[in-house]
Design a protein around this ligand. Sequence first.
Ligand SMILES: Nc1nc2c(c(=O)[nH]1)N[C@H]1C(S)=C(S)[C@@H](COP(=O)(O)OP(=O)(O)OC[C@H]3O[C@@H](n4cnc5c(=O)[nH]c(N)nc54)[C@H](O)[C@@H]3O)O[C@H]1N2
Ligand SMILES: Nc1nc2c(c(=O)[nH]1)N[C@H]1C(S)=C(S)[C@@H](COP(=O)(O)OP(=O)(O)OC[C@H]3O[C@@H](n4cnc5c(=O)[nH]c(N)nc54)[C@H](O)[C@@H]3O)O[C@H]1N2
Ligand code: SF4
Ligand SMILES: [Mo]
Length: 702
Amino acid sequence: MPISLPAREPVKAPAATHCPYCALQCGMNVAAGTGGTGAVEITPRLDVPANSGGLCQKGWTAGELLTGGARLTTPLLHGEPVGWDEALDFVADRIRALQAEHGPDGVAVFGGGGLTNEKAYLLGKFARVVLGTSQIDYNGRFCMSSAAAASNRAFGLDRGLPFPITDLAEAGAVLLAGGNMAETMPPFVRHLTEMRRRGGRLVVVDPRLTATARLADLHLQPTPGTDLALALGLLHLAVAEGHVDAAYVAGRTNGFEAVATSVAAWWPERVERVTGVPVAQMRLAVEILGAADRAVILTGRGAEQHAKGTDTVTAFINLALALGLPGRPGSGYGCVTGQGNGQGGREHGQKADQLPGYRKIDDPAAREHVAKVWGIDPAEIPGPGRSAYELLDALGTPSGPRALLLFGSNPVVSAPRAGHVTDRLRSLDLLVVSDLVLSETAALADVVLPTAQWAEEEGTMTNLEGRVLLRRRALDPPPGVRTDLEIIQGLAVRLGDGTGGPRGAGGFPAEARAVFDELRRASAGGTADYSGITYERIAAETGVFWPCPGTGHPGTPRPFLDGFATPDGRANFVPVEHRPPEEDADADYPLYLTTGRVLAHYQSGAQTRRIAALNAVVSEAFVEVHPDLAERLGVSAGQRLRVVSRRGETEGVARVNPAIRADTVFMPFHWAGANLLTNPALDPVSRMPEFKVCAVRLERVG
Ligand SMILES: Nc1nc2c(c(=O)[nH]1)N[C@H]1C(S)=C(S)[C@@H](COP(=O)(O)OP(=O)(O)OC[C@H]3O[C@@H](n4cnc5c(=O)[nH]c(N)nc54)[C@H](O)[C@@H]3O)O[C@H]1N2
Ligand SMILES: Nc1nc2c(c(=O)[nH]1)N[C@H]1C(S)=C(S)[C@@H](COP(=O)(O)OP(=O)(O)OC[C@H]3O[C@@H](n4cnc5c(=O)[nH]c(N)nc54)[C@H](O)[C@@H]3O)O[C@H]1N2
Ligand code: SF4
Ligand SMILES: [Mo]
């Protein structure tokens, strides 16, 4: 059934909006067609505290993909351009046939943390209400799920930074475990340098002397995968040196005794043997944290992306609680969330076990509330589905989904054990990808749906501080391109009950505002309550912090000041034990591989590898090796290296750098290759894969 799309107002004035990429969500003004060139002009906004005038080179060049020739402008069916009706009819017919044969769970959905709140919400609703499938998850599972799980069990709430980013400047000390913001969020660094300018001290934990570690007063350089032991050792020392805040522990927490007992065995020399971090450096780190009146402990993906990531973050939270930090002004624990809407993307129902408002899908009260908003019976909402890697791993298997609809992710490059994931994607009966460009994953799809981009659409994004921001439209999408909301609506109309009701056009508006208004109602009373947030308020207040239950509510910049979100209002210490990586180095694979990011490229590189100025900075995968290792292998900088793991092999150019440990090599994952090697061992709680450590060997090529 053809439907009418919302009218688009012509756009003239520059739009005050936000960068399409990372969770810092730097504010920028976007002016379209400046000087009649068709090019887009980007200037930083001064009114957004996260960047207040700063942008990184990805932000400066983000306009290039809007106007360049790299983007998709027509749907593709088996590689051939077709019209929208033909493409969407084909998808709907195939889904109907596959569900008739394999049941509702025969069709799966995979979303992304770069999608707006509105898209994430509507995608989750589409999966449950129209497809009736439990099989939905998203790439945020690969991102901050371990920190989320640890925060939930300690604080009863997961909000990346539970304080405004500008609070960092007031801290007397910051310990950052496994984050490299100088490359991953350059304008973030100004908050750390301001802290240091005021006399505060920075401690960075990273197996590499990164650009961020170079800014630090103290750099701890552990073996990859040993942060848990390090955190236990730091708490051991904090107890031994009398840094525990006894009044805070007694007044605001539960369970300290068991944790104090469990770290007793982690004396400093033992921790040094496990981590490689000298005892003196650990003592200094604890002294710095203990001496500061206000202190913050932050984790990034380096500490989190492990098969024990949840316990590692828990160990750092235990340390923060013992020092009396969370819930005190200018102090606390925070996870530096990654994707543009990494925070909001995990709150509104694209996660296998969640419903909007950060509700649990197996909670009867949550199901009843959301079903009412959706106009369906609670019993019709499916139960929890598979987590991201488990879902990808099940595709095309006898018990797994036969079709996948994918919005906002490129797993052929970014999933762990990517060679296997690619095989699973190829084995599907139907793969449908909505993207701006022909990503490596879109290139495998039966149907590719070209979607509008950030500067061509409205919507909300929730940044790393939990601040809900407004994405504004600066220009029209090219002819032939539709927004994700229009695409979801197009499918809902075809696959729904054919009425204007909740299972048809009525339940799936394509206007972002209408979706947001429904999201507000669906989230009301939930943990992530957005009910008091409106587009007008966001515009007037430069963002509103959730929870915001009611239009008269001011929003909540610091949710833990008066108490934690646990039933008794107290934070929970949770005892955890160190264990080695799932795959340790051995005679055949003697080195640790760790993976991460470089400044110029974003994620799977689908966007940034298509931007000339960024490709000019780094244009291919590299392997960072220590000079001693290079000498042992007879390798010099610029030579090609083969990196081999039990799962696959790839090549890269050698970068010889004394900044990395001699037992470890580093590869960025922005090019297909690094993830052919990685180990999909999953964290038992968060289901996060072990991206940050596996065993490899190096070979010279030729
Ligand atoms: N330029 C750029 N910026 C980005 C992104 C991007 O792709 N490119 N992506 C965005 C997203 S989604 C995310 S999640 C964030 C990620 O932001 P970060 O967490 O800062 O990024 P990573 O480079 O993945 O990892 C950070 C550091 O962890 C270190 N590391 C590796 N193994 C270990 C370990 O076992 N322990 C410790 N302590 N450290 C370890 C690495 O050496 C690396 O320097 O960045 C966001 N910003
Ligand atoms: N080895 C290794 N692997 C990793 C990591 C690591 O550190 N090491 N980090 C992991 C982390 S933290 C993350 S977040 C993932 C990210 O990895 P991916 O999930 O692959 O993320 P992106 O590369 O951002 O993919 C987004 C895709 O969606 C498209 N896109 C962008 N915006 C939109 C939109 O609004 N709508 C639609 N439909 N499409 C859009 C882009 O063009 C791109 O093709 O990678 C993970 N993989
Ligand atoms: S730091 Fe992140 S949000 Fe800011 S300009 Fe760079 S990519 Fe964009
Ligand atoms: Mo991420």
